[in-house]
Unconditional design. Structure first.
Length: 316
């Protein structure tokens, strides 16, 4: 009995090569995992979830305002009711001094107040983050000059500076955003500078510098990602202050008279004598909206701050 030998030595087949994910894919995966961990911890803060739900409701109201109340609600010439009517089935929140539906005005005013608050807070945080990071990185005379300017803004009353800017410039939403943004950044600058100094004292920063990393590389690739959680928490806290500042400036008559905002409604109520006449429905809705939104942003900011910095031990 004979056996047939194989033509050559048998070799095991090589396993198929598995494609390795690209660095960008890995980065996105890490970001998704970080976002999932953040949301999981954020959900444990009941006050933060409540504030987020309230903000979501107000954002939905603001976005859908053109569909629900229409832009003609601002028109004085086509007002549907009589001046200063009390709440009724037709006008749930009554009417203003021109006979316009106050419910529609409050809904439409949410668009302006939220937009101004958000943009002013973004401008403020952007200025503060830029000054804080550069002052913490370069140090020396440059940091000294920036910090002295920051100290000057800190000791000056923010509202007085905003009123001064809004007075000398044209009355528009852009002026209000600029006036609030350029007067509320010092606190952010101080916090970001302190965080930048802490980050740049770590060993991997020294290694990056030894390997030839320039100033822009250090600040954009190492410092900025580490201060972004602080910047995010600071933004949510500043938005509430910006909304209150916008309402204050509008109440003082420094807002844009051509747009409807919650602060502008309070100003109109004051001019119409609603306080002395007991027309409470003219004052309470816009004032309550300002208070609720400011509180909601504060709750969200505290929850974000607690998640990003567990050492604070903020009560849930």
């Amino acid at each position: 009995m004979t056996t047939t030998e194989p033509d050559g030595p048998m070799t095991a087949e090589a396993p198929p090569r598995v494609a390795q994910p690209s660095p960008r894919t890995l980065a996105w995966q890490r970001r998704r995992r970080s976002a999932a961990r953040f949301w999981k911890q954020y959900r444990t803060h009941r006050a933060g979830v409540l504030g987020l739900a309230a903000l979501g409701l107000f954002a939905l109201i603001a976005v859908t305002a053109p569909l629900t109340v229409g832009s003609d609600v601002q028109s004085v010439t086509s007002a549907p009711g009589d001046p200063l009517e009390s709440p009724s089935a037709e006008f749930p929140l009554g009417t203003d001094q021109f006979g316009r539906n106050l419910l529609g005005l409050v809904v439409w005013g949410a668009r302006v107040s939220l937009l101004v608050g958000l943009l002013a807070a973004v401008l403020s945080v952007a200025i503060g983050a830029l000054i804080g990071i550069t002052a913490g990185h370069f140090r020396g005379w440059y940091a000294t000059v920036l910090m002295r300017i920051t100290d000057w803004f800190l000791v000056m009353p923010t509202l007085v500076l905003a009123i001064a800017l809004a007075t000398v410039m044209t009355r528009s939403l852009g002026t209000i955003i600029l006036a609030i943004g350029v007067t509320t950044w010092p606190t952010t600058a101080r916090l970001v500078r302190a965080q930048t100094l802490a980050v740049e004292s770590r060993p991997y920063i020294e290694r990056a510098k030894a390997l030839g990393g320039g100033h822009w590389h250090i600040m954009s690739r190492h410092v900025l990602p580490n201060v972004m959680p602080l910047v995010l928490a600071q933004t949510t806290l500043i938005i509430s202050s910006a909304i209150l500042a916008e309402a204050t400036l509008a109440f003082l008559g420094l807002g844009d008279p051509t747009v409807v905002s919650w602060g502008g409604l309070l100003q109109d109520a004051r001019e119409a004598g609603a306080v002395s006449a007991g027309k409470w429905w003219y004052l309470v809705p816009p004032g309550a909206a300002i208070a609720v939104v400011a509180l909601a942003f504060t709750l969200c900011g505290r929850a974000v701050e607690s998640v990003l910095n567990p050492k604070l031990g903020v009560a849930r």
